[in-house]
Ligand binder design. Sequence first.
Ligand SMILES: [Zn+2]
Length: 567
Amino acid sequence: MNALLFAAALLLAQGPVPAPPPEAILHNARVFTADPGRPWAEAFAVADGRIVAVGASRDLLALAGPRTRVVDLGGAFVSPGFGDSHLHFMSGSLTLNAVTLDGLTDLKEIQARIAAFARANPGASWVTGRGWNYGAFPGNLPHRLWLDEVVPDRPAFMQGYDGHTGWANTKALELAGITRDTKDPANGVIVRDARGEATGALKEAAQGLVRRLAPKPTDEDKYAALKAGLDLAASYGLTFAHNAGFDLADLPIYERVMKEGGLKVRFYNALPFRADPDAATIARYKELRAKHAGPLFRFGAIKALDDGVVESKTAWMLEPYAGGGGTGIPNYSIEELNRGVAAFDREGFQIFIHAIGDRAIRATLDAYENAARVNGTSGRRHRVEHVEAPQSAEIARFKPLGVIASTQALFANPDENTLGAYAGALGPERASRAMAFKAIDEAGAVQAFGSDWPVFSMEVLRGIYCAVTRETPEGTPAGGWQPQSRISAEAALRHFTADGAWAGFNENDFGKIAPGLFADFVVLSRDITRGAPKDILTTRVLLTVVGGRETYRARDFTAPALPAAGK
Ligand SMILES: [Zn+2]
């Protein structure tokens, strides 16, 4: 029975009555609510997929009726469901079936991993993969000859961990017809050696010259990948995510999974930005926004890339990179950015702009400020994605402009790449203000955490550990990289829950354990706000619930199952 209808029927019949007993009461837990009015609780009750009461175990148990499922959580830790405010879910899901080079710091290891994949897939016409780090290569860039050593017989293409640089072997360059005479495409660079020959490293848009030739995954491949990605996300405690870029070719795949009831994560999706959107584009985007309005799947955001990345020195900086290489390249002129932002702002869209360099961050904030002024709009909650090396003057502008800082906890993972190629290109002064999570919090900005998966793992607990320690899982460097930017586990949890919900206009739907919101929550094996930060790494997700329905349960978690959702 629909609890709300039931209550309404009673109300009509006999005036105000107490609400019917909840379907489930979860008690004896340490509940982090992310609700500033009541940050901690012991218990909560669920009816019809929503939270109906929050409080002390004793008070909540008093609400139980004869058919209420009472679940003793045995002191486990509960958080609102985790949200990833910036990822690329289909690309991430598709990487689950290709070579993954994440975390490898040595060229020999990288070659061995690729060779093993090539051996195991002799029938594949191409060998593709992703995830290498700049710091693993001599000179911080890959070379085709190293890929030829392990894949000499067919084309191979490996994308860097950040998606901004590709690595092709000789066969792939030949197939793409890239010779010493090939011109660099717009917004891209074919890296060449001293003799002018392509080295196989392809920056930004130059990757497309090779990548477009690789076999495309079929719709069935994508469907299977999406389902695998959803299972993985649920196992990490994710209940919502923001797709920072959505390929409309993938829409039927999502619709199919949603129709089957298998969409285990709520998605908010960003459509591609144009500096001068035509009427047809605006009309199409508005139609998608009206058709998919949530709560499981929703459009309403626009995504632009204003600059590149630090390691390849394409992020747009105020001052030149350390060791030469200019100040990076914006993808849009100031006028184009202002025009496009104002056009989408006028139509009520929220805008996500990738801006990593301090110059790009400034240009992005300027464009948002300009749009509000020329359109007379407010409350759009536009976002700067990544915010990697901001000046403090820019950090101070987020709150008054109502702009959200969409940052990625694991970007601060101080591996060889971060400490080497990344910090090296920034130089010490800019490196000291990189991934300034603490300063952003202190400036009062809303900070929503994400992973940028497949750039980094979407494992939220790994992200929280990194934000808290700024150490690698091995504990290096001791005391943390730029330790002044560490934040508490509680702050990191808020950035992965309530702040992410706010960043997607969902604060009245989820992101907190509070009456009226969806029963979206995660049960962890221990309280990550207490004890040694190192213990966050061994903390396990026991249960993930979306709208009162279980989407993940650890095999050894024996608490009674929740009742099926109302509908
Ligand atoms: Zn991204």
